[in-house]
Design a protein around this ligand. Structure first.
Ligand SMILES: Cc1ncc(COP(=O)(O)O)c(C=O)c1O
Length: 364
């Protein structure tokens, strides 16, 4: 029996190690590399990815929630982990207990972490998050001196970092440079402890703006080999390959339609293959009649509405399609950014929406 009959994603760890080497080569030896592995490591699998990355190129793991950090710690990882989104007061105790670095933006949060850390007789490691324009999370730049001083004044707190996040570093140089300038100006004349990390750069900023790299970069998508703007000139290798199989085949006469609501109509006698994947696996319904898959060395159009568990493709021009044939949904031939453009979303959403019923197969 085939171990992965319906749909599965292959996670290619040598590709990830390669991508870390490409990024390291680009940034030089100094900045630490933080792998952003929130949202189940962009759909690649939080714990397996975290374990591999921590031993093969990532100095830090960056998650969005305390829960994700705890899952990494419970898997046995003792590497540095930062929680980048706001934590709620009720999460502070767990964050400190599990030795997770957290981001804070206010005096109230600083006080709460001091009190919680003191009650555990531990040190809480805080990164001051600065809002330079995204307006999602962070103190205003002019609060940096007071809040960094405040963190340093508490016996149970350590100022582990000062951070900001870009709003559009891949395609808006003016806004990106303005954010960086704001950040740099507010750090001028500020005396920070020598080990305090300064970090601002996501994947695109890391690739494009050397001055954004500071002591740590936080890269997600480039580490997974997703490079929508080809900033690394085809050097990155996709880590995820997503497959399904042909589960049914039929002839359709001209004028007949395929799938719900009959949105696709055959113009000529056509052969339609049904595949074992649908929006219930994370294949976006928005791709209906808009995407292609890869079968027997050629791209083949997807036709009709994407169903919950199945999609249909037009295999009229494929020589001998068979039930059980493997079909690539994502990988070297069908790239994540291509699907993202067709679905009118971003690459992040395409990979993070892969459901648990898509078995992950890890290749080391
Ligand atoms: C705070 C923060 N830093 C870094 C990243 C990494 O972004 P990218 O995947 O573009 O590298 C993200 C991702 O959304 C983020 O939210």
């Amino acid at each position: 029996m085939e171990p992965y009959p319906r749909t599965w994603a292959e996670i290619n760890f040598p590709a990830m190690a390669h991508n870390f080497r490409v990024i390291r080569n680009h940034i030089g030896p100094t900045p630490k590399i933080g792998l952003v592995c929130k949202a189940d490591a962009y759909g690649h699998g939080l714990v397996p990815v975290g374990r591999f990355a921590a031993r093969n190129g990532a100095d830090w793991l960056c998650v969005a929630s305390v829960q994700e950090g705890v899952a990494l710690r419970d898997s046995g990882l003792d590497c540095p982990i930062m929680v980048m989104s706001p934590t709620l007061p009720v999460e502070a105790g767990q964050a400190i207990f599990y030795n997770l670095d957290v981001f804070v933006e206010s005096s109230a949060a600083i006080h709460h972490y001091q009190a919680t850390a003191a009650s555990q007789d531990r040190i809480a490691r805080l990164h001051l998050k600065v809002d330079t324009g995204l307006h999602r999370f962070g103190c205003s730049p002019d609060q940096i001196p007071a809040l960094t001083r405040e963190i340093q004044s508490h016996p149970n707190l350590l100022l582990a970092g000062v951070a900001q996040h870009f709003l559009n570093s891949s395609s808006n140089p003016e806004r990106t440079k303005a954010q960086l300038n704001t950040f740099h100006q507010s750090l001028e004349n500020l005396e920070l402890p020598p080990l305090t990390l300064i970090h601002t750069a996501n994947s695109a900023a890391t690739a494009l703006y050397p001055e954004s790299r500071h002591s740590l970069i936080r890269v997600g998508m480039h580490a997974y080999g997703i490079d929508p703007d080809n900033l690394y000139q085809n050097q990155l290798i996709p880590v995820m390959r997503w497959f399904t199989r042909i589960t049914s085949l039929r002839k359709v006469a001209p004028g007949e339609t395929v799938s719900y609501n009959g949105t696709w109509k055959a113009k000529t006698p056509s052969t339609i293959a049904t595949l074992g994947v649908g929006y219930g696996d994370g294949y976006p319904r928005a791709l209906s009649n808009k995407s292609e898959v890869f079968l027997q060395g050629q791209t083949v159009p997807q036709v009709g509405l994407v169903c919950m568990d199945q999609i249909m493709i037009d295999v009229t021009n494929v020589p001998d399609p068979q039930i059980g044939d493997t079909v690539e949904l994502l990988g070297e031939n069908i790239r994540v950014p291509t699907l993202a453009r067709a679905a009118e979303t971003n690459s992040h959403e395409i990979v993070t929406r892969l459901m648990t019923r898509v078995n992950r197969r890890y290749v080391y």
